[in-house]
Design a protein around this ligand. Structure first.
Ligand SMILES: NC(=O)C1=CN([C@@H]2O[C@H](COP(=O)(O)OP(=O)(O)OC[C@H]3O[C@@H](n4cnc5c(N)ncnc54)[C@H](O)[C@@H]3O)[C@@H](O)[C@H]2O)C=CC1
Ligand SMILES: CC(=O)N[C@@H]1[C@@H](OP(=O)(O)OP(=O)(O)OC[C@H]2O[C@@H](n3ccc(=O)[nH]c3=O)[C@H](O)[C@@H]2O)O[C@H](C(=O)O)[C@@H](O)[C@@H]1O
Length: 430
């Protein structure tokens, strides 16, 4: 077993650190956010991920996972820092990767191995991270220390199982780097571990996985819009089509959220002009908000002076992550559509009298989140924007009593619409 310093204790780094500790490694969990590290030392895991809090608590209690505020020297450094998309410059923001590389460089020793897990544009490990670490440490990648990219592929909502079960791809800057990185993953991964010819291929593979899913969802979304024009239920049509052994259409919805699928296609295009279908798919997915507004207008004819309750601020069901959430995008769209006389947003919060937001999973003080009944009171329509399990259990009879008008748009096909219609609702479904 080895010593490992995990850089970044978010959705990816925290479960990875706990997993490594569970498998006998001596792990230092390092994060630059002192509030987060203090909370973690107090046993407080704020991420809404099934089983994660207990998993981390066991790793900490075992003494093998130490949450630290100062970077520690270790045989392995695993970098799990954010790589957001810079909307203005239309490129990946690699500042966190640079900072992590510098920090690693201050404690790096000959024989150590550095692994970048963050999702990055092709070429980042070789052309960006390598020179940063080399100049800070005075050591050479491949000769003095190992350097590899091993993209993370866990699905939020099932992270602990997928960390163990998913196949992994490892791309080292040389064979020794790859061997060292593979050895670390072999200690806890049940899936296959494949080595690629260099880190750039590994970076590319990760990006085409997420791009493929984004494009496939775009097809489902376009089918939903076409089906609407024919008065056909797209969900039923898709289910029928998927009975064919070689057809597997995904589910339409209000668009694609999260901080991966909507941005990774742009990372893929960082150094290539060959993207054609991919940006079109992005536009189709982003355009679904407009379609949801169209469905609302079908029900309400005019959105002026109407109160809409958006149920679901998280980007998908049963998670608390609101990054690039279609539900919040819909809220913004509805706010912009309000008459100029309507009250402006409140100090940057997503809050106007005409739009109410409810989400039982999200705890975000910058959003004025209401409970179910407050959100529904005097509303002219409810939009189900996220497929949280709780929404399938909503009581249409009670909601009808509270609402100004009983209308519902179910963008996730999670409601029993017959029951809602029997309760007096006018309903639309994406
Ligand atoms: N969330 C997900 O489901 C998945 C994310 N990824 C990728 O993994 C990477 C990390 O994503 P998340 O864990 O979701 O991010 P996150 O935002 O949840 O966590 C990142 C953590 O890194 C910390 N940090 C920032 N700079 C640091 C530095 N220089 N040194 C140490 N810590 C630092 C932040 O304080 C934060 O706690 C991203 O590249 C993301 O695209 C890949 C697969 C799945
Ligand atoms: C190829 C793939 O499945 N990638 C995963 C993805 O996680 P993420 O939670 O973003 O994926 P997701 O469950 O497809 O959700 C993304 C978005 O797409 C929407 N969605 C998803 C499936 C579908 O049929 N229809 C649909 O509209 C979701 O509601 C959500 O808004 O991106 C993760 C990442 O890279 O961060 C990656 O680790 C995960 O394995």
């Amino acid at each position: 077993m080895s010593s490992v310093c995990v850089h970044g204790l978010g959705y990816v780094g925290l479960p990875t650190a706990a997993m490594l500790a569970t498998h006998g490694h001596d792990v230092y969990g390092y994060d630059t956010d002192p509030v987060l590290t203090r909370e973690l030392r107090d046993g407080d895991v704020s991420l809404d991920e099934p089983g994660l809090e207990a998993f981390v608590a066991r790793a900490v209690e075992s003494g093998r996972l130490r949450i630290v505020d100062d970077v520690a020297a270790a045989a392995y450094h695993v970098i799990c820092v954010p790589t957001p998309f810079d909307e203005d410059r239309r490129e990946a923001n690699l500042d966190y990767v640079t900072a992590a590389g510098r920090t690693v460089g201050t404690v790096l020793r000959e024989g150590d191995t550095v692994i970048l897990e963050s999702t990055v544009p092709p070429g980042t490990t070789e052309r960006h991270l390598k020179p940063v670490i080399e100049s800070e440490s005075g050591l050479a990648a491949g000769r003095d220390f190992g350097l590899a990219h091993c993209p993370e592929t866990v699905l939020p909502g099932d992270v602990i199982a997928e960390l163990r079960e998913n196949d992994r791809i490892v791309g080292g800057v040389d064979a020794r780097s790859a061997t060292a990185a593979v050895r670390l993953y072999e200690s806890f991964v049940d899936g296959a571990i494949r080595s690629t010819e260099g880190p750039t291929t590994a970076e590319f593979v990760k990006l085409i996985q997420n791009t493929a899913r984004d494009v496939e969802i775009a097809l489902a979304n376009e089918i939903a819009r076409i089906a609407h024009d024919y008065g056909i239920d797209s969900r039923e049509a898709i289910e029928m089509a998927n009975a064919h052994p070689r057809v597997d259409i995904l589910q339409p919805g209000p668009g694609v959220g999260g901080h991966c699928l909507p941005i990774d296609p742009w990372f893929l295009g960082a150094d290539s002009d060959a993207l054609d279908l991919v940006p079109t798919a992005r536009a189709v997915n982003d355009g679904m908000i407009e379609f949801v507004v169209d469905l609302l207008e079908e029900l309400l004819s005019d959105l002026d002076e109407k109160r809409v309750a958006v149920f679901g601020a998280a980007y998908k069901g049963n998670v608390d992550d609101t990054r690039m959430s279609p539900g919040l995008e819909l809220v913004r769209e509805l706010q912009h559509g309000q008459k100029p006389s309507a009250p402006a947003t409140d100090g940057g919060t997503l809050d106007t009298p005409g739009v109410a937001i409810h989400d039982p999973h999200v705890r975000d003080p910058t959003l004025r989140l209401l409970d179910v009944e407050e959100a529904a009171t005097d509303a002219h329509a409810i939009v189900i924007a996220t497929d949280h399990d709780e929404f399938a259990e909503l009581d249409p009879d009670r909601l009808r009593e509270l609402m100004a008008d009983p209308n519902v748009v179910d963008t996730r096909a999670i409601l029993d619409l017959e029951r809602w219609r029997n309760a007096g609702f006018e309903a639309r479904r994406v």
